[in-house]
Structure formats: C-alpha cells, structure tokens
Design a protein around this ligand. Structure first.
Ligand code: ZN
Length: 229
C-alpha cells in the first residue's frame, strides 16, 4: 500500500539523478509552475458542487441560509491556499545580483513563516523555514527566499517534500556552493485529529554541497538557527 502511494509521485530512477538531488524530485516540479495555463481543469461550478457533496456527507442541510455561500467561499479559499500550483519557482529566483563584493560566507534567512496543507488529509501544517546558501556569483534578494517558500507551501505537501523542493530549486537556479534548509512545523492533522497531540513539532532538513560535505558548516548553520531569538 505504501509503495502504491509513493509511486503516484512523478519520479525518476535514482541512478539518473545528479549527485545531491533527492531521488524523488523531478525538476519539472521544483522549477516550473505545477499547472500549465492551458491544462484542462474542472469548472468552478463543478468544484463548488463537490464542496456541497461534502457538506451533505457530514450530515448538513446544504440549503440552510448559513451554508448557501459556503461552497463558493471554500473554492475561493482553495484558490488562495493552492495558488502555488500556478507560480513558477525558477522565475522568482531568476532575478539575481552579480555583485557579491567578495562575500564568501553563507547567507541565512531565519524564521520564514509559512502555512501549507498536508497532502494526506488536506489539513494545514505551519511553522518556520530557515534557509541558507553560499553564493558563488549569483545572489538573490532576501525576500525571494520567502516567496519561494510560499510557492511550494501553497501546494499540497509533505514537510519532507517541501524541504527538498526548496533546497533543489535554490541549488539548481543559483548554483551556490551549498544549500541548507531546516523546517520546523506543527501539523493540524496530528494536533486536532488522529493522535490529537498539540504542540508537537516536526523537524526536517536538507543539506547540499558544502553543507552536506562539511559537518562543521552544518553545525554552524544549526547554531545560528537555534541562536538567541
Ligand atoms: Zn496529514
């Protein structure tokens, strides 16, 4: 069953992956918009009808006044929460500055807040991403790392996949000496349903290049992330 679920991810055989890129990632999913503008999708009315079906399923009277506009509102909320499917990660990172003025250390942006939706339950998980990269020539505006995080967060995700996609996109577009991504998040599918444990945090990380190869750089990244807040 687990294998069947995993195979739904478009993936490539791991032996064809460049070194350091997570085996399950297809460049199409971290460099391009996930949905082409001309790709056929259900009409908005169909999506609203589907929400109405779910309301009836939970036992609601879909004709009562309080619920009349709910299908429309839910679909509008979906448009917002899932806008990342229509945005292109590579485009965000493409505007770079060539001048690094000899800067040769890593750049760290800490505490990038995000909210995403888990692909297993379509329930929110939220937290903070910490991203570092060591530029060679190309440097991006700092807000771009936050925008990149949002693009991937506004798709159905697992935290592991979100972490890997952010690292892979930066690696591929900026070609830095290394990337470090650490994400800490709380999953509402775990805090309000299932085991119902509030306050549990999940940590995921991805290191490439010098961060992968040099434990001292990893440690320095982690101590800066963990430093005084
Ligand atoms: Zn979940």
């Amino acid at each position: 069953m687990d294998a069947a679920i995993k195979s739904l991810r478009p993936g490539k055989p791991s032996d064809r992956q460049p070194e350091g890129r997570p085996a399950e990632l297809d460049p199409a999913e971290f460099l391009a918009a996930a949905v082409r503008a001309d790709q056929p999708r259900p009409a908005r009315a169909e999506a609203e009808a589907a929400v109405k079906t779910l309301l009836a399923y939970i036992g609601e009277n879909t004709e009562r006044e309080g619920l009349l506009d709910t299908p429309r509102r839910v679909v509008e909320a979906f448009d917002e929460l899932y806008q990342g499917y229509h945005q292109c990660p590579a485009e965000v990172l493409d505007r770079t500055f060539g001048e690094t003025a000899g800067y040769d250390d890593f750049v760290l942006v800490r505490d990038i807040e995000f909210t995403s939706q888990c692909e297993h339950h379509m329930m929110p998980f939220y937290g903070k991403a910490h991203i570092a990269y060591t530029p060679v020539e190309r440097v991006v505006g700092l807000s771009k790392l936050a925008r990149l995080t949002d693009i991937f967060a506004r798709r159905l995700q697992t935290q592991e996949h979100l972490t890997a996609q952010i690292a892979a996109a930066i690696d591929e577009v900026l070609k830095p000496r290394g990337v470090a991504v650490l994400i800490e998040a709380e999953h509402t599918c775990m805090s309000v349903r299932g085991v119902a444990k509030h306050g549990a945090s999940t940590f995921t990380s991805r290191f490439t290049g010098m961060f992968r190869d040099n434990p001292a750089e990893q440690a320095r990244f982690l101590s800066l992330v963990r430093g005084t807040r």
